[in-house]
Design a protein around this ligand. Structure first.
Ligand SMILES: *Cc1c(COP(=O)(O)O)cnc(C)c1O
Length: 349
């Protein structure tokens, strides 16, 4: 078989959720963010595993994503939609009992007119300037909104992965100023905010990347293992080149393995000439350009050419690979392609 094997460890995912849950007090509910198809790992399998672990509040980016998650979770767990109530979403929100996080007066008006009495949340902007109502907007509608009983009032931190960043405290102060005394459940923190400590926890937390084994949750267990099969190997003489544009030239006689997997599988081209694959813990450098379907690796120092090499696993986490490619673990995860043979470990079916 010429496709890579992507193993997704749902037991590790559940343990990461429990570990993040344990970081807040008993009065704080730990939710789970499963947007972007569960950070690329399959929102259905991931959401079901997290529900087994104890999560009861799920967060997605769009109503369509919410629909996919509702299908596997059934009625019961709450599903919050960060993009709120967009035009065209009304039927989905109503039929699937999704909770839009209303981001503006326009969205609030749309929701209250289309679905009077239906559940909703409020998203506030405390300084990230991406989503949510600003102070003046909120002041204008807070009374009406609060009278209707929001299920959650939330904001999002822009710099939580940098504990010393002054914007954390500024956003915390702004969130207090906008929400103290409202009598509705509040949420400010994703993975990074959970690690900032109890002042940031409020009633509900919203971890995402840490569940999937990524920074800034340093204690996270890796959740993904990706092995690529060797399609072909060849011996090069000193001076021969490898790949498009001949960017790598053998300084000595070398053995090059050609791996199945490329930028079409989310192994982005920025990994060209950087990063490694691993065989039983031994690093093998990526040489030459990553192409659409193939990656070339120097295996000269191995005794034999293996059948497959690991590109993600304990030796190289999503963040290690991201570093090599000049990006972040989030992007590596959410780029993982559809050609891999995906296997779920610890799935109860
Ligand atoms: C993506 C997202 C999260 C989860 O963030 P992580 O850094 O992955 O934990 C939480 N809240 C909002 C609003 C988000 O957009």
């Amino acid at each position: 078989m010429a496709t890579g094997s992507l193993n997704i460890n749902l037991d590790a995912l559940k343990r990461n959720w429990a570990a993040l849950d344990a970081k807040s007090g008993s009065g704080v509910e730990t939710g789970a963010v499963v947007k972007a198809n569960g950070y690329g790992l399959g929102s259905g399998r991931v959401a079901r595993a997290l529900a087994e672990a104890g999560a009861r509040k799920f967060f997605v980016a769009t109503a369509e994503e919410g629909a996919a998650v509702r299908e596997v979770l059934g009625r019961g767990p709450e599903i919050f939609v960060f993009s709120g109530h967009m035009s065209g979403d009304t039927d989905m929100i109503n039929d699937l009992d999704l909770i839009p996080m209303l981001n503006s007066v326009d969205q609030l008006t749309r929701h209250f007119e289309a679905l009077p009495g239906a559940g909703f949340g409020i998203q506030l902007d405390t300084g990230m300037n991406r989503l949510g109502m600003e102070m003046a907007e909120w002041a204008a509608v807070a009374e009406i909104a609060l009278a209707a009983g929001p299920r959650l009032v939330m904001s999002h931190l822009a710099c939580a992965d940098e504990p010393g960043h002054p914007q954390n405290q500024q956003q915390l102060d702004a969130f207090h100023a906008m929400t103290d005394g409202i009598g509705a459940p509040r949420s400010l923190s994703a993975t990074g905010g959970i690690l900032l400590g109890p002042d940031y926890h409020f009633d509900v937390t919203r971890p995402g990347v840490g569940l999937y084994g990524g920074l800034p949750f340093e204690a996270a267990e890796p959740v993904v293992n990706l092995a690529l099969p060797v399609v072909q190997s060849r011996e090069l003489e000193q001076g021969e080149s490898v790949g498009y544009s001949a960017t790598w030239i053998a300084e000595e006689n070398s053995v090059i393995a050609t791996m199945s997997g490329g930028y079409a599988d989310g192994l982005i081209r920025a990994m060209s000439g950087r990063g490694h694959l691993f065989f039983e813990g031994i690093p093998c450098p990526i040489v030459g350009r990553v192409s659409m379907d193939l990656i070339t690796v120097d295996v000269t120092h191995l005794n034999t050419v293996p059948r497959a090499l690991d590109i993600l696993g304990p030796e190289q986490t999503v963040d290690d690979l991201a570093d090599a490619a000049g990006t972040i673990g989030y992007e590596i995860l959410t780029s993982l392609g559809n050609r891999y043979k995906r296997r779920y470990i610890g799935d109860m079916g």
